[in-house]
Design a protein around this ligand. Structure first.
Ligand code: RIB
Ligand code: CA
Length: 313
């Protein structure tokens, strides 16, 4: 099978960092055409810096990193330093990046790449708020039909909200952008909290990262040591949920995941439920299915894959 050509759109974020490391460790499965940073977990100045820190941690300073949108389409930016720390990558001490940030705006890179590559051959792996993606669709509608697939971490159904009682963070930060993407007609594969809350970095799993005895393994273990506080306090969970690596793991071993092809729509007006992903899991409406909404994962298989691939870096 030839490697899938991907653009990673991201707001690092410790879990974004692990997703990026997994992608960069898997050249036989995916070719990273570029990494586009968006404001989300922390402001854009930090997410673009963190994306470059992670590329250098992976030993891949040649990867092109672009800065994108610094705020959502219609709302003020909401960030998550309470989860990710003030740098967005709290936990390990990592050096400032030496690799350059690309001059081109991330949205223009997304448009140019999708227009230049053969139609239907570029997959968007979206790990943060969907602002860059929606902005690219608005700026150049012709790219919508040319996107192969969007695989995104976002939303929730049974798990409901992690930033409000009803909304997951990536969708909540920019509900209008999410609405544009979910109504785009593009093949969508969604990794909601329903599945990401099943891939918890238990002590044993984190020890496996640490026991790689590599800068990458140690950094990932230190990231999850920091990142897990929020979920342990909120959910009493037995470790950090590795949300975003579900996206890149899906590209390598899709059979690890299972879900339903259903209708998912985004609440964009109610202040009470803003950003809720209204997933018709039980198919009670006649709204057309628009997303493969994942509900389960083979967690041991996921961590075996992740640990093996991180061990390559
Ligand atoms: O709700 C979890 C999502 O929000 C993850 O992508 C995490 O990195 C944050 O962006
Ligand atoms: Ca993220």
């Amino acid at each position: 099978m030839t490697a899938r050509k991907i653009i990673i759109d991201t707001d690092p974020g410790q879990d974004d960092a692990v997703a990026i490391l997994l992608a960069l460790a898997s050249p036989e499965d995916m070719t990273v055409l570029g990494i586009t940073a968006v404001a989300g977990n922390v402001p854009l100045a930090l997410t673009q810096k963190n994306a470059r820190i992670v590329c250098e941690l992976a030993g891949k300073p040649e990867i092109k990193v672009f800065a994108g949108c610094d705020r959502p389409l219609q709302r003020p930016l909401v960030t998550a330093e309470h989860v990710h720390g003030k740098t967005g990558l709290d936990g390990p001490t990592l050096p400032d990046p030496k690799m350059p940030l690309q001059d081109q705006h991330a949205v223009d890179f997304i448009i140019e790449t999708i227009m230049q590559e053969e139609a239907g051959t570029v997959t968007l792996c979206v790990l943060g708020p969907l602002t860059n993606i929606a902005t690219a669709f608005q700026k150049e509608p012709k790219i919508v039909a040319r996107v192969q697939e969007i695989i995104l971490m976002g939303g929730a159904y049974f798990e409901v909200g992690n930033i409000t009682p009803t909304a997951e963070f990536n969708i909540y930060v920019d509900p209008k952008a999410a609405d544009i993407v979910f109504k785009s007609g593009i093949k969508l594969t969604v990794m909601p909290l329903d599945v990401t809350h099943k891939v918890l970095v238990t002590k044993e799993r984190n020890d496996a990262f640490r026991n790689l005895h590599s800068p990458v393994g140690t950094a990932v273990a230190e990231m999850t040591d920091f990142f897990e506080r929020f979920d342990k306090e909120k959910y009493g969970s037995n470790g950090a949920p590795l949300h975003d690596p579900c996206v890149t793991a899906y590209l390598i071993r899709p059979e690890l995941f299972s879900g339903r092809h259903i209708n998912v729509e985004i609440e964009t007006t109610s202040e009470l439920t803003l950003g809720m992903s209204v997933a018709d899991w039980w198919r009670v409406s006649d709204r057309p299915a628009n997303a493969m909404f994942m509900g389960d994962v083979n967690a041991d298989g996921f961590f075996a894959l992740l640990t093996e691939r991180l061990g390559r870096l």
